[in-house]
Design a protein around this ligand. Structure first.
Ligand code: HPA
Length: 276
C-alpha cells in the first residue's frame, strides 16, 4: 500500500525501473483522458510498458482493465504518456490516483499535460468544444496531500496561484488564434463521481464558478503542484448540464463527443509540446 510515509521511496523505485527500461529522459508526461487515447497515434512509440509490469503501480481489480505507459517521440520531444488513468471513483486511494505524478517527478520530468472529458455548465459552451483549463475547484471529498508532509517533494502548504501554466496557455492560445481553431477557456470543477450530476448539482457548479465538471484531474494537478511541476490541462466538453440537455448525459455520448473532438486536442497538445 502506498502511504505518505513510503511514497517517496516507492515512487523512486518505480522511477528507476522505468528509466532503466527506456534508457532515456522524457521531457513531458501526458495523461490521456477518457476517449482521448488515440493521441498516442501521433507518438513515435519506442516502448510500451503495461501498468501490471510496473513495480508499485496500482493494480486493477477490474477484469480486462488495461493501461500502459508509452514512451516515445512527439513532434521532436521525448514524452511519456499514460494511456489510462486511475480514478478515485474506481476505489483507488488518493495516494494511488496520484502515484504516477510522483513517479514522473522522480524521473526528472517537470512538465505535465493532462486531458479529460467534462460536462459543460457554461451557457456559451457546446458539445464538442475544447476548453483550456485555466483554473480548478477541488470538490473531491479527500485531499491527496492529507497526512504527514514529505518535504523532499514539496512544502506542507502549497501555493496554488498558478495551477495551470500561464505561459503554456499562451502558447496554445496564440496557435489557436493563428489557425482559427475554436477554443474555450474556463474553470474545471472536480468531484468524485461516479454519478453524473443532477440538474441541481450542475447548477451549483455554475453558480460557484465552474465552467465544466468532471471526475478526474484535480488530484493529479494538486500533487504535481506540490512538486512545482508546470501543468497544462485540456478538457473536451462532452455533454451539457443544463435543463435543455441533461437527459443526454451518458457514457456513450461522452465517449462519442470526446472522439469527435480528438483531432483538435491532438493538434493543440502536439503543437504545445513542439513549441514550448
Ligand atoms: N459530469 C462529470 N463528469 C463528466 C461529465 C459530466 O457531465 N462528462 C464527462 N465527464
Amino acid at each position: 500500500m502506498i502511504t505518505a510515509l513510503n511514497e517517496f521511496e516507492k515512487s523512486l523505485e518505480t522511477a528507476r525501473f522505468i528509466l532503466s527500461k527506456i534508457n532515456d529522459k522524457p521531457e513531458y508526461a501526458i495523461v490521456l483522458g477518457s476517449g482521448l487515447g488515440s493521441l498516442v497515434e501521433d507518438i513515435n512509440v519506442k516502448l510500451e510498458i503495461p501498468y501490471k509490469e510496473i513495480p508499485n503501480f496500482p493494480v486493477s481489480t477490474v477484469k480486462g482493465h488495461k493501461g500502459s505507459l508509452i514512451f516515445g517521440n512527439l513532434n521532436g520531444k521525448k514524452v511519456l504518456a499514460m494511456n489510462g488513468r486511475f480514478h478515485f471513483y474506481e476505489g483507488y486511494s488518493m495516494k494511488e490516483v496520484t502515484f504516477p505524478e510522483r513517479v514522473f517527478w522522480q524521473m526528472g520530468i517537470r512538465k505535465l499535460i493532462v486531458s479529460n472529458a467534462s460536462g459543460g455548465v457554461n451557457r456559451n459552451f457546446k458539445i464538442g468544444d475544447v476548453m483550456l483549463i485555466k483554473d480548478h475547484i477541488n470538490f473531491f471529498p479527500e485531499h491527496p496531500l492529507r497526512g504527514p508532509n514529505d518535504e523532499r517533494f514539496g512544502p506542507r502548504f502549497v501555493n496554488m496561484s498558478e495551477p495551470y501554466s500561464k505561459k503554456m496557455l499562451q502558447v496554445v492560445r496564440e496557435y489557436a488564434t493563428e489557425k482559427n481553431i475554436k477554443i474555450q477557456e474556463g474553470t474545471y470543477l472536480g468531484l468524485q463521481g461516479p454519478t453524473f450530476e443532477t440538474l441541481a448539482e450542475y447548477t451549483m457548479v455554475r453558480n460557484i464558478g465552474g465552467d465544466a465538471v468532471g471526475m478526474s484531474t484535480v488530484p493529479e494537478v494538486i500533487v504535481a503542484k506540490h512538486m512545482d511541476m508546470e501543468v497544462f490541462g485540456i478538457s473536451v466538453i462532452t455533454d451539457i448540464g443544463t435543463e435543455e440537455f441533461i437527459e443526454e448525459v451518458n457514457h456513450q455520448e461522452v465517449l462519442k463527443a470526446a472522439k469527435a473532438a480528438e483531432p483538435v486536442v491532438r493538434d493543440l497538445v502536439g503543437k504545445l509540446v513542439e513549441k514550448y
